[in-house]
Structures are given as C-alpha cells and as structure tokens.
Ligand binder design. Structure first.
Ligand code: GDP
Ligand code: MG
Length: 164
C-alpha cells in the first residue's frame, strides 16, 4: 500500500498551503483567520514515479498559546501513529519558537523519519541566514520552502522519498 506522509506544525506556518501545492488543487482551506481548516484532510499525491497519501493534520486550529501546544502534541501523536514520514513545518518569519522545540522533541523520541521544512522562504538571499537557526531543533537539516510560491518543493519531495 501507499506510504503515508503527515504534515505537522503550528497554526499559520503554511500546512494547508503546502498541502494544496502538492495536491495541485485547493483541497485544504488556507486561512487568513484562525479556525477555519477542516479536520484532517487526505490526498493521494503522484510525484515522478512515486505515489503517497498526504495528510494535513491541521484540523480546527486554536489561537491561544496553551491550546496551540496541546493541539500540536495531538497532531504529532496522530502523525507518529499513522505516518511513514512526517513533514514538520516551521515558519522562517516567526523564527524558532518554544512550541516548535517541544514538538520536535516528541518527534525525535518517536524515531519516525522527519523532514524539517522551513516555510515562507520566498526569497532565498534574504531568508537563508535565518533558516540555519532551525538546526537547533535537533531533527536534521532544515529545508527551505516557499509553499506559496512553490519553491523548494522538489528538494523536499526528494528528501521525503529517501524514507520510502
Ligand atoms: P496553516 O494554519 O499551517 O494551515 O497555514 P495556512 O496554509 O492556512 O497559511 C497561513 C498563512 O500563511 C496564509 O495567509 C498563507 O497565505 C500564508 N503562507 C503560507 N505559505 C506561505 C509562503 O510560502 N510564503 C508566505 N509569504 N506566506 C505563506
Ligand atoms: Mg491549515
């Protein structure tokens, strides 16, 4: 059967935008106001000669800080239980935040393959210096992506495919 890839990350980092970029159509709802994404959304993705099932674990996302962390833990647990590869997505513009570090710890302890994405790198010259900070999460090399501009998607998929 097809490998399962789950997207995990804080509200607003661009999970749904990345999901839609891969699915090639608007399936997941990209929100400008919090709390509009439907619960767990699935799509089958074809990339070169591979097929996998992608899950946006975003769900209905809260905007208070302790609820955010609780929900991120829940997303991470779903991903750890169901996925073959986990995409952990962060936001270069917000930088590395405490809840990223806490979820990264959970993912590391799970020993599941994790691909660390730093999103919103719309301009590589401008934002690359800020990408290196994410090495501090201790879950591997951060891969710069702009989900909105579809930059870095090929490199990301190559990294994912190494774990299939
Ligand atoms: P989610 O809550 O993690 O699912 O995030 P969304 O996909 O809903 O995106 C949250 C906001 O970030 C939206 O306003 C998106 O348009 C914006 N966004 C997503 N990806 C990018 C990106 O690569 N660059 C920039 N500049 N904005 C992005
Ligand atoms: Mg979303």
């Amino acid at each position: 059967s097809k490998p399962i890839v789950a997207i995990v990350g804080r509200p607003n980092v661009g999970k749904s935008t990345l999901f839609n970029a891969l699915a090639g159509e608007m399936i997941s709802i990209v929100k400008d106001t919090p709390g509009v994404t439907r619960d767990r959304i699935y799509a089958d993705i074809n990339w070169l000669d591979m097929t996998f099932t992608l899950i946006d674990t975003g769900g209905i996302e809260p905007d208070s800080n302790d609820v955010i962390l609780a929900q991120m833990r829940e997303q991470a647990e779903i991903a750890i239980e169901t996925a073959d590869v986990i995409i952990f997505i962060t936001d270069v513009r917000q930088g590395l935040v405490d809840s990223d570090a806490k979820v990264a710890d959970m993912l590391r302890r799970s020993h599941k393959p994790v691909v660390l994405i730093v999103n919103k790198v719309d301009n590589f010259d401008k934002f690359m210096p800020d990408v290196y900070e994410f090495y501090n999460l201790g879950i591997g090399e951060p891969i710069p992506v702009s989900a909105a501009s579809k930059l870095g998607i090929g490199d990301m998929l190559d990294e994912i495919a190494k774990h299939f």
